[in-house]
Design a protein around this ligand. Structure first.
Ligand SMILES: *Cc1c(COP(=O)(O)O)cnc(C)c1O
Length: 402
């Protein structure tokens, strides 16, 4: 029963004895819908760029919003929600255990903390100061994988040891080595691939962790790396899965998840400030479940159709060339690359991006590659927006080539 219905029910009961001297609660007034974007003067836009943290990543579907709003109607114990939701997530993703974290970054911090401390609460209280505690303090990372996100691990006090080859990993391993960390997005760039990384770790009895933050689709990636044998897998909840942007998942070995939770709310560890409220824990669970059940093949076809529509609209313009590209990992969806001959289309990339941004409606595309190129995706568009995107880009390119 909803709180509103409960209050309605109570107020219908006959009053016995009266309430003289007490303050009567009144029913809350119905809440009017506010347009906060308008009130605050916030620019909203059509997202033809993809899933980017700075652009608020993705829009939550109604099922997730419903989970969040009905989740706000009752008290539960925070540990109980993590227990129950964690069990479901683990089963869905072929992991022994799982927890909802405050984004993928927080999953990296918490996973690292769990590896360092185990179930020793004295160690939990000592993080991030490792010297003299008996805790290990080094994490091995490939050079091409060390592009910023690995810094999350240093929140727990560890230092990063950079390597390039399998031989260098072997040399770098010592009694202080805590973890072998892998960034899935950079797998094509790194010399050491997934299986070799796992084999080296296994040989030395060391744990492994993989960051797959933005790496669905494909949906199979949700369990692929658990199946492959990574001890911990970290992913963002609010990217293509369309859960809350401030949520993420830490999945993996049972003893490591249990240990990670010692550093997270409601306890006062290093991740006490990375709280996920029960509403978002529930929202994350529903987002994951919905994402797994989704007809991905059908959606992929729809994306291809939308890309084809935009492609057709712009490729006839003189001096304009298009190419349909598929990024191998992260934002792995059909994308359209539009390049123009600057002598025929007198427009720089930045000018085009600005015109699209300042137009009505405002549109964001990817404009940080070549000077005469933009790139776009359609997987974050609302129904019908592909037509607006096609028309606006065509308009601007044609105008600049007149
Ligand atoms: C987005 C991202 C993160 C951070 O994820 P949040 O969910 O925003 O905390 C970490 N690693 C990679 C590779 C990412 O793309």
């Amino acid at each position: 029963m909803r709180r509103r219905d409960l209050l309605k029910g109570l107020s219908a009961l006959p009053v016995v004895g009266g309430f003289s001297g007490t303050v009567l609660e009144t029913q809350p007034a119905p809440v009017a819908k506010r347009d906060l974007f308008k009130e605050l003067g916030l620019r909203t836009f059509i997202n033809a760029a993809g899933v980017y943290t700075s652009m608020t990543a993705s829009l939550m579907p109604p099922e997730v919003l419903e989970a969040i709003s009905s989740g706000a109607e009752e008290y539960v114990m925070l540990d109980d929600v993590q227990d129950k939701v964690g069990e479901k997530i683990a089963a869905l993703c072929h992991a022994e255990a799982a927890m909802v974290t405050a984004g993928c970054w927080s999953a990296l911090v918490l996973g690292m903390a769990g590896i360092l401390t185990g179930m020793d609460t004295k160690k939990v209280a000592q993080l991030p100061f490792l010297a003299g505690t008996g805790m290990k303090s080094e994490v091995i990372v490939q050079k091409t994988h060390a592009n910023g996100y690995h810094m999350a691990l240093t929140n727990a006090g560890v230092t990063i040891v950079i390597v390039e080859t399998g031989e260098e990993v072997e040399k770098a391993i010592n009694e202080k080595t805590a973890l072998l960390w892998f960034l899935n997005r950079e797998a094509p760039e790194g010399k050491i691939k997934h299986q070799e990384w796992l084999d080296i770790a296994k040989k030395h009895n060391l744990p492994t962790m993989i960051d797959i933050a933005a790496d669905v689709p494909p949906v199979e990636n949700l369990w692929k790396y658990n199946d492959m044998g990574f001890d911990l897998v970290c992913i963002s909840g609010g990217k293509a899965m369309r859960g809350p942007q401030s949520a993420g998942l830490l999945m993996g070995k049972k003893h490591l998840i249990a240990a990670a939770r010692l550093s997270a709310p409601p306890r006062a560890g290093i991740a006490r400030g990375q709280k996920v409220n029960k509403e978002e824990i529930l929202g994350m669970y529903v987002a994951l479940e919905k994402y797994i059940k989704h007809d991905h093949a059908k959606e992929w076809k729809m994306w291809e159709q939308k890309i084809a529509l935009i492609d057709t609209a712009v490729k006839g313009i003189g001096g304009v060339k298009t190419e349909i590209v598929l990024p191998p990992v992260a934002n792995h969806t059909p994308s359209l690359s539009i390049t123009w001959d600057s002598t025929k289309v007198k427009l720089t990339r930045d000018e085009l991006c600005e015109k699209l941004r300042k137009g009505t409606p405002s549109i964001e595309v990817i404009g940080w590659e070549a000077e005469n190129n933009i790139r776009l995706t359609v997987f974050m568009l609302k129904p019908g927006q592909e037509k607006v995107v096609a028309q606006r880009i065509r308009e601007e390119l044609q105008h600049a080539s007149a």
